[in-house]
Design a binder for this molecule. Structure first.
Ligand code: ZN
Length: 456
C-alpha cells in the first residue's frame, strides 16, 4: 500500500506529516531542511500537466524516481514504496527560472553590505536562497556577485535554495556600472584591490590584458558564464545611461575567453548604442536593453541574441533609489519597457525572464509578481513558457560548464529534473496565481525533494 497524500482522499495530512511521510531529504550528503528518510519514488496522481513549452494541459500521473521525472502517463502503476500525492486536477508545472538574479545583493542594502564582511554576506545570501525556492523558483542565473560558495553549499544541501548558474565577480571598467568604489578610491594604485573585489563582488579591469586575466579568473572560480558591464546603469553613481562602456577590443577579449570555455558573455547594456556595441563584440545575452530601437531588436532576432529584460515600470515596484539622478535614470528606462516587450515579441526575439531585484528585501519578495506583470504584453502561457522552457534554453548556452547535466530544466518531461510546482488553480488562465506563491503553490519540489506540501 502506498503512502497517500490527498486533499480529500484516504489520508488527510498536515504539511508536517506529509513531509515526514515524503521523507523528502536531499539525495546528496548533508542535512536538509526537509527532514525524514529518502523517498525514492513519488507519484503525483491526477494532475493537469503544463510541460513548460506547449499550451495544452495533459491529464496524467507523474512518477519521480530519485531526482528525475521517469514516467508521465494516465493511470500509471505506482511502485509499491511510492509516496502518492493526489493532485486532484491541480496544475503541475516546471519550477520557475529567474534569468537575472543577484543572490547576494538582491535583498541587502548597500549600507548593510558596506558595513559587513563576507561571512555575513553569505548568511544574507543563504536566507535569500531559501526565500527564492519558496517562491517556486528552482533555478537562477546569478548575474553577478560572490555566489560560488553559495551555489556549492546549495548543491551540497548545506543550505536550501534554487540551482545556481553563477557569473561570479562582474567585470567592470573604471567608472563602469559595476564599479562600486567611491571617488575617494581613485586614482587607484596599480594592484590595489577594493574589499568588494577581494570578496568577488566585482573586478575592475581596464585594457585587454586585464580583461583577459580577470575573465579567466572568473571562470577559474566556477562561473558558468561571464558578466561584463557594457553600458550605463540606474543604481551606479558615475555612469550616465547613455555611456558605452569598454572598448570593442575589451569586450571581445572577454568573449574570446568565454568562448574558449564553451560559454558566453552577458552584458549589462540598456542604451541602444551600448547594446549594438556589445553585439559587435560577440555578446550573446543582452541584459536589460530597455532603450533599444526596433532596428536593434531586428538585429537581435537576426543574430540569435537573447534579450534578457525585466518588466521595470514606474509602478508600486519602482525601486527606492539613492539620488535624484538615479530616479531620473530609472524613469527613462521604464519608458522603454512598454515599447521593447511587444516589439521584441512581434519580431521574434528570444526573450528571457528575469527580475533583477537589487538592495531591497521587499522588492525581492515580489519575484513572482514581476512575472505576473508580463500579462500586459503576453498571454499567461507565453509568460510562463518564458520563465521555464525558454529560460532553460538560455541556460544551455553555458555548454559543458552547465552544472546540471543529468536532466533537462524548465520542462515537465521524462528524463527532466524533478523541479516542480503544483498550483492550486490554472495559471494558464490566471497568471496572478504565481504572484502569491505562499497561497497558491501547494507543492514545491526541487531535484526530487519536496520542500513544501500543503494540500489543505
Ligand atoms: Zn543585474
Amino acid at each position: 500500500m502506498n503512502n497517500l497524500v490527498s486533499k480529500s482522499g484516504t489520508f488527510i495530512c498536515s504539511t508536517a506529516v506529509a513531509l515526514a511521510m515524503a521523507g523528502a531529504v536531499h539525495s546528496h550528503d548533508g542535512p536538509s531542511e526537509a527532514l525524514g528518510k529518502v523517498h525514492e519514488n513519488i507519484v503525483i496522481r491526477g494532475a493537469k500537466v503544463f510541460d513548460g513549452c506547449t499550451p495544452e494541459l495533459e491529464a496524467a500521473d507523474v512518477l519521480i524516481s530519485g531526482n528525475l521525472i521517469t514516467q508521465i502517463e494516465p493511470n500509471l502503476d505506482a511502485p509499491a514504496d511510492a509516496l502518492v500525492i493526489e493532485a486532484d486536477g491541480q496544475v503541475l508545472m516546471p519550477g520557475l527560472i529567474d534569468a537575472h538574479w543577484h543572490g547576494v545583493i538582491a535583498t541587502a542594502t548597500v549600507a548593510r553590505l558596506m558595513g559587513s564582511g563576507e561571512g555575513y554576506w553569505n548568511l544574507i545570501a543563504a536566507k535569500a536562497q531559501r526565500d527564492v525556492l519558496y517562491r517556486g523558483f528552482t533555478t537562477i542565473r546569478d548575474a553577478g556577485g560572490p555566489m560560488f560558495d553559495i551555489a556549492r553549499a546549495t548543491d551540497e544541501g548545506l543550505i536550501v535554495g534554487p540551482r545556481v548558474y553563477p557569473s561570479g565577480p562582474q567585470l567592470t571598467q573604471t567608472s563602469g556600472h559595476g564599479d562600486f568604489r567611491s571617488t575617494n578610491d581613485v586614482p587607484a594604485e596599480h594592484g590595489h584591490l577594493h574589499p568588494f573585489e577581494r570578496a568577488g563582488m566585482f573586478y575592475v579591469a581596464d585594457g585587454v590584458p586585464e580583461v583577459l586575466k580577470r575573465a579567466r579568473e572568473v571562470l577559474m572560480g566556477g562561473a558558468t558564464q561571464v558578466k561584463v558591464h557594457g553600458g550605463g546603469g540606474v543604481t551606479s553613481a558615475y555612469d550616465p545611461i547613455h555611456t558605452v562602456q569598454y572598448t570593442l577590443e575589451e569586450i571581445r577579449a572577454a568573449v574570446t575567453v568565454a568562448e574558449g570555455w564553451g560559454t558566453y558573455v552577458l552584458t549589462h547594456t540598456i542604451s541602444d548604442e551600448s547594446v549594438n556595441h556589445a553585439m559587435d563584440a560577440g555578446v550573446k545575452s543582452i541584459e536589460h536593453g530597455h532603450l533599444v530601437t526596433r532596428e536593434t531588436l531586428q538585429r537581435m532576432a537576426d543574430e540569435d541574441v537573447w534579450l534578457s529584460i525585466q518588466p521595470f515600470l514606474d509602478d508600486e515596484d519602482a525601486p527606492t533609489l539613492p539620488s535624484a539622478d538615479s530616479r531620473a535614470k530609472y524613469a527613462r528606462v521604464t519608458e522603454g519597457t512598454d515599447f521593447v516587450y511587444p516589439t521584441a515579441k512581434e519580431l521574434g526575439v528570444k526573450i528571457a525572464f528575469g527580475t533583477d531585484a537589487l538592495f531591497d528585501e521587499n522588492l525581492a519578495a515580489r519575484q513572482g509578481a514581476q512575472l505576473v506583470k508580463l500579462k500586459k504584453w503576453f498571454t499567461p502561457f507565453e509568460a510562463l513558457k518564458m520563465a521555464t522552457c525558454d529560460n532553460a534554453e538560455l541556460l544551455k548556452m553555458s555548454g559543458e560548464l552547465n552544472p546540471y547535466q543529468e536532466g533537462a530544466l524548465g520542462v515537465v518531461e521524462v528524463g527532466a529534473y524533478a523541479d516542480l510546482i503544483l498550483v492550486d488553480g490554472n495559471p494558464l488562465e490566471n497568471l496572478d496565481l504565481v504572484g502569491d506563491p505562499a497561497e497558491n503553490f501547494d507543492l514545491i519540489m526541487k531535484d526530487g525533494v519536496i520542500y513544501k506540501l500543503s494540500l489543505d
